[in-house]
Write a protein that binds this ligand. Sequence first.
Ligand code: HEC
Ligand code: HEC
Length: 331
Amino acid sequence: MNSHILRASLISFAALAVSVSVFAKEPIDPIAPVKDINLAQVELGKKLYFDPRLSKSGFISCNSCHNLSMGGTDNLKTSIGHKWQQGPINSPTVLNSSMNIAQFWDGRAKDLKEQAGGPIANPGEMAFTHDLAIDVLESIPEYVNEFKLVFDRDEINIDDVTQAIAEFEKTLVTPNSPFDQWLMGDKDALTANEKAGYKLFKESGCIACHNGPAVGGSSFQKMGIVEPYQSKNKAEGLSAVTGKDADRFKFKVPTLRNIEMTYPYFHDGEAETLTEAVDVMGRLQLGKKYTEDENAQIVAFLKTLTGDQPSFTLPILPPSTDKTPMPTPFE
Ligand code: HEC
Ligand code: HEC
């Protein structure tokens, strides 16, 4: 490559803040199948992910709000927690969440393991304590044996619980979407309309924030750059973590993988449809008002990002015993 062209393209890539190799053909990479995982931890983590006995009510599991039959979300504006409490923010998908630079809308947990301890003890979510969750697990011999087998320790501890859940979550990737098939060389995997939508997505600048294998998840960006975003939601974004005023309303850029399944959209869940979300993004982030046709093309492209959903035999949970503390759903 001519060095001027190389320099020019380096500059334009830097301007877009896109973290891809200059030599990559597209700023979105296909999702790679999972590797380097501990299968024994995954099997245990899968049980824990589905086990509502890690909540005070005995009714709420990770899967209640991150339903793996529904794109890893609850499809609600904001989640419902213990005793039907209204949650403060929209539940993001757990699918492909291992690719995020940090977890939560404001990035306050550095990784999946750190994140997984949060909901169990959050009074507005599972409302339990880590000690009580361990008491429940220790009262069930199948769990005691499986933890011993997997972690080689005599006692169950919360660190191993969150490690197993995080390891399971790493398997929740969604490869093989039509878009990925196209990226990998199947030119017929997308229709002309979908390709036109991708072109618009790249050329109008969506790609500056939504890029990489997860088509997002790699940076924090202000919501409402060209025009402010009006929300009744109290969330302030990254400034809640850094304390810096400049970080107000910066949120982790959400992944757009499986976006057709993870409605409603935005941290406050206020955009009910993809059409609405694309319109808001165009106007507020880029100062662009798309025509109906352009909007429909971008939406058509976004729908090609739905990949193979995690598929496995539903885990059968070991039954409680006479020693297991009773759940208290109404306290
Ligand atoms: C009551 C609903 C609820 C339950 C139960 C729940 N979550 Fe969440 N989860 C949420 C909400 C809401 C957020 C976003 C919170 C925020 O960003 O402030 C979230 C965020 C996350 C994230 C971060 C994703 C991202 O892109 O930032 C992960 C991962 C996650 N939850 C996994 C879990 C696991 C594992 C469990 C079980 C131990 C669990 N959740 C239980 C509602 C729930
Ligand atoms: C400057 C960075 C930036 C640009 C440019 C940008 N986005 Fe976003 N996008 C974000 C952020 C940040 C959010 C989360 C905002 C929130 O929830 O408050 C988001 C959210 C979304 C969502 C909702 C995702 C969800 O799960 O809730 C969609 C869909 C989306 N963007 C599509 C687009 C499209 C299409 C474009 C181009 C028209 C675009 N974005 C341009 C940063 C950007």
